[in-house]
Design a protein around this ligand. Sequence first.
Ligand code: KG4
Ligand code: ZN
Length: 338
Amino acid sequence: MAVKILALESSCDETAAAVVEDGREVLSNIISSQIDIHTLYGGVVPEIASRKHVERVNQVIREALQAANCSLSDIDAIAVTYGPGLVGPLLVGVSCAKAISLSTGIPLVGVHHIEGHISANYIEHKDLEPPFICLVVSGGHTHLVVVKDYGEYEILGRTRDDAAGEAYDKVARAIGLGYPGGPKVDALAKTGNPNAIPFPRAHVEDNGYDFSFSGLKSAVLNYLHGCEQRKEEVNRADVAASFQQSVVDVLVEHAIQAVKEKGFDKFAIAGGVASNSAIRTAFEKRCAEENISFYRPSPILCTDNGAMIGAAGYYEFIKGNVSAMDLNAVPNLKLGER
Ligand code: KG4
Ligand code: ZN
């Protein structure tokens, strides 16, 4: 019998629900984005995000069940993101999932948001099984991870300061592109010269797998200030393309080095920044050269969504990792913790 999971995701500014069968078959994936509202403020306002989740969550769940042609009586477990993320938004999803679980008796499964991002790869790559190495690049995280087994992770490297997505968002703001920055930098960079400005590629001395993006961000800001002082016009497309090239070079170099040194032949990317066109193209090319099988979710499954939580929730559920009614939101939940 197929296992159907109803999955909820509300850790940031997307209210999302999905129905996923056996961890890999997406029956529905409804995403209600709050981008329009947060754009007015130049970034996510946590209190507004919480309130919008409350307003939308029931409707999004109803739509997800309808689109999957299901009712709650067909559902085997309810998976919900319980961390990391913004505490108010997380609490909306967790409270809602607990209420459904309590009133129907359907088991509850708390899911780690980053585990969800990684598991998005299982949906379209039916052949992908652990072990493999995954680079998780999102708005809050930059992790180089060994996926040892379903739900078992070893973190090889992480960012010492800004996450990759955070760097994109800050640079976007500095060159006047606004929020959300990543997709806008991605688009503008297509018309710029990636070799126009030699921005730095940071190496962290004591752990070659760790990342640092704050120096790159400062270099971009210094460059912009310099142009302003000299009253030189800024070519924003060149800034976007050169910044992006620096990010791409660092991500590719670190990740491929890890895959080779650790003796893997499978590599995946995950998280919102993994939808970036230049990052995807660079990894496709480099993995082909190095004979590494490369996996990446479609862009819509890279950014926050419910289907990825359903995929991760399935593997937790079949291992017997069911959550109790005291499940709480954990804003700084670490990968591998339960
Ligand atoms: O995974 P995600 O949806 O949310 C978090 O868990 O953080 O990632 C959001 C991040 C934002 O920083 C956004 O600017 C970035 O992903 N992003 C991109 C692109 N699309 C989204 N960054 C670069 N290029 C893109 N095309
Ligand atoms: Zn995310």
